[in-house]
Design a binder for this molecule. Structure first.
Ligand code: ATP
Length: 474
C-alpha cells in the first residue's frame, strides 16, 4: 500500500474541504497512478487506476507543477483512451513530496467554464495554495509513519511480554499455527517436530498461553541438557534418602511442579530408556511416584513434547519406546525449516528489525533489494534462530537506515544460492576482495595508512588505488 493510500480517509476529507473553498473539484493520485481521493465526477473513481496517466506521470517524473488547459490538443493527453469523452476543461496539478521524493499528485480540476476561467486567472495564487496544501499533506505522512512505527513497536513489546510471537505467512506455517490454536483448549498431548530453531518452543508457549492453563507457569525441560543419571529425579522428584547425595527432605520434580499446568519436554528423543518407561506409566495413570517413594501422587498436566530427531527411525532402532511414541504422537505438528518457506524470510527480517530497533535504539528502516535477495537465497541451516541472530548483528553494526549487501556477513553472501548459481568465480572473488579492502581500510584513512595497507597486502600503491576506486572505497 502506498504512503498516501495509508491515510486515504484523511486525504478524502482534505480534498473535500479544499474543493468547497475553491468551488472546483479536487483529486489526489498516488505514485502508482491510483486515485486516492476525489470530489465531484471523481468521487466514484477512488481506488481505480486513472485514465489521463500521461499528464500525472509527467508531474511524478519531473516533480514540477503542471497545467492542462485544452484537453483536446494538449500533448499530455495524446494517447489517453478517454480523451474523446473527457469532460475536463483545465487541470492544475502539483506534486506531493515525502523526503524529497514525489509520492503523488494533487490537482484542481475545472469541469465548468467558470471554474476554468477562475483557474487560469488565479493560476499563480492557486499554485502557491497547492504548495502549502502539499506541505501539510507531507507532514501528515510523517505523523502517520511515526504512528505506524510506534504501533509496530508496541506490538513487539506486547508480544515480548507474552514471551512469544509468531511470524509466518507461508501456507505451511499458517497451517501449523492454526492447528496449534485449535488444539490449545484441549488437554491432548502435542508432539512438535522440526529442525533446531524452527520455533518449537514458541509454539509450545503459544499453545500454553491459549489454553485454560495459561494462568500457571509452563514448565520447560530440555531432556538433552540434563545428565542421564539425573533426568529421572529432575522429572519425578525424590524422597529423603532416595540415593546418595539426595537432599534431606527430598525434592519435588518438574512434573509435580507442572501440576494444573503444561509441561514442555524438549528434545524428548534424548530421554533415556528407563525414564521413558516411567514417563509412559505417568501418562497412562496420571499419577507419579517420586524416586524412593511409595505413595502415588496424582497429577493433572498437559504434555507438549518436541524433537528434531527422526523418532520413527529411533523406534525402529529400539532406542525410543514404540508404546510411548504412540502415547505422545496424538497431535503432531510439523514446523518446516525456513529454507522450505522462503516467503517467511522477508516478514521475519522486518519483524526482527523492528524488534532490535527498539531494543538497541536504532532506526533501521529496511533492507536493500540486493541484500534481501541474498537473505532469501541463503539456506538457513539454523532456521529462525540464525536469522534472528543475523538481524541482531546487523542492528549493531549498520550505521545508516538501510541494510546493504556489504553489511551481510561473508558466509551468508557466499553461501547464498544466488551467490553460487548466478555469480561467476570472478564475481565471488571480487565480492570477497571488496570486503577485505573495506574491512582493512580505516575510516578516513590518510595517505600513509593507504601506503601501509598496500605494503601489508603486498600490492603496489597504484593497484590499491585502482581497486579502491573500482569498489567505491576512496
Ligand atoms: N515464526 C517465528 N516468528 C518469530 N520468531 C521465531 C519464529 N520461530 C522461531 N522464532 C525465534 O527463533 C528462536 C528459536 O526458536 P525456538 O527456540 O522456538 O526453536 P526450537 O525449534 O525450539 O529450537 P531447538 O530445537 O533448538 O530448541 C527464538 O528466539 C524464537 O523466538
Amino acid at each position: 500500500m502506498t504512503a498516501l493510500m495509508k491515510i486515504q480517509t484523511f486525504i478524502q476529507a482534505y480534498t473535500q474541504a479544499i474543493s468547497s473553498i475553491l468551488e472546483s473539484d479536487v483529486t489526489v493520485v498516488d505514485n502508482e497512478l491510483i486515485r486516492v481521493a476525489g470530489t465531484g465526477n471523481y468521487a466514484t473513481e477512488i481506488g481505480n487506476t486513472i485514465a489521463h496517466a500521461n499528464f500525472f506521470n509527467q508531474i511524478l517524473e519531473t516533480g514540477e507543477c503542471g497545467i492542462i488547459t485544452n484537453v483536446a490538443q494538449n500533448p499530455s493527453c495524446i494517447g489517453c483512451e478517454k480523451r474523446a469523452v473527457c469532460k475536463e476543461l483545465a487541470d492544475l496539478a502539483y506534486p506531493i513530496f515525502k523526503n524529497g521524493v514525489v509520492v503523488g499528485v494533487i490537482s484542481i480540476v475545472a469541469f465548468e467554464e467558470r471554474q476554468q476561467e477562475n483557474l487560469l486567472k488565479n493560476r499563480a495564487k492557486l499554485e502557491e495554495f497547492l504548495k502549502y496544501m502539499t506541505m501539510l499533506l507531507e507532514s501528515k505522512l510523517y505523523t502517520a509513519e511515526a504512528r505506524d512505527r510506534l504501533q509496530q513497536q508496541l506490538q513487539v513489546v506486547n508480544n515480548d511480554k507474552k514471551g512469544w510471537s509468531f511470524v509466518g505467512k507461508s501456507k505451511k506455517m499458517q497451517e501449523a499455527i492454526a492447528v496449534g490454536q485449535k488444539v490449545a483448549k484441549s488437554d491432548s498431548t502435542v508432539f512438535l517436530r522440526g529442525e533446531s530453531g524452527t520455533g518449537k518452543e514458541i509454539m509450545a508457549k503459544m499453545i500454553h498461553d491459549l489454553s485454560q492453563r495459561q494462568d500457571k507457569l509452563m514448565i520447560s525441560i530440555n531432556c538433552a541438557a540434563i545428565p542421564e543419571n539425573l533426568v529421572e529425579s529432575e522429572l519425578f522428584g525424590y524422597e529423603e534418602g532416595a540415593f546418595t547425595g539426595a537432599k534431606k527432605k527430598g525434592a519435588i520434580g518438574k512434573f509435580e511442579l507442572a501440576d494444573k499446568s503444561t509441561i514442555f519436554l524438549d528434545e524428548i528423543g534424548d530421554m533415556p530408556l528407563h525414564v521413558q518407561t516411567k514417563l509412559l506409566r505417568v501418562l497412562q495413570e496420571r499419577k507419579l511416584e517420586r524416586i524412593g517413594g511409595h505413595k502415588p501422587v496424582p497429577i493433572d498436566i498437559r504434555v507438549i513434547c518436541a524433537t528434531n530427531k527422526d523418532i520413527e527411525q529411533m523406534v525402529e532402532a529400539g532406542t525410543f519406546r514404540e508404546d510411548l511414541y504412540y502415547r505422545l504422537n496424538i497431535i503432531p505438528i510439523e514446523l518446516p525449516p525456513l529454507r522450505k518457506r522462503k516467503e517467511d524470510i522477508s516478514p521475519l527480517v522486518e519483524y526482527y528489525i523492528t524488534y532490535y530497533n527498539q531494543k538497541l535504539n536504532k532506526r533501521i528502516q529496511g533492507v536493500s533489494i540486493e541484500a534481501l535477495q541474498t537473505l532469501v537465497n541463503y539456506n538457513w541451516p539454523g532456521n529462525v534462530r540464525e536469522l534472528k541472530n543475523i538481524i541482531e548483528y546487523l542492528a549493531n553494526i549498520v550505521e545508516g537506515d538501510e541494510v546493504h549487501l556489504a553489511d551481510l556477513p561473508d558466509h551468508i553472501v557466499l553461501r547464498s544460492t544466488k551467490g553460487y548459481d548466478a555469480w561467476s568465480l570472478d564475481k565471488i572473488i571480487e565480492e570477497y576482495e571488496k570486503r577485505v579492502l573495506s574491512n582493512m581500510l580505516k575510516e578516513e584513512a590518510s595517505l600513509k595508512d593507504k601506503e601501509k595497507l598496500a605494503d601489508s597486502l603486498q600490492i603496489s600503491r597504484a593497484t590499491l588505488y585502482r581497486k579502491l576506486k573500482k569498489y567505491n572505497l576512496l
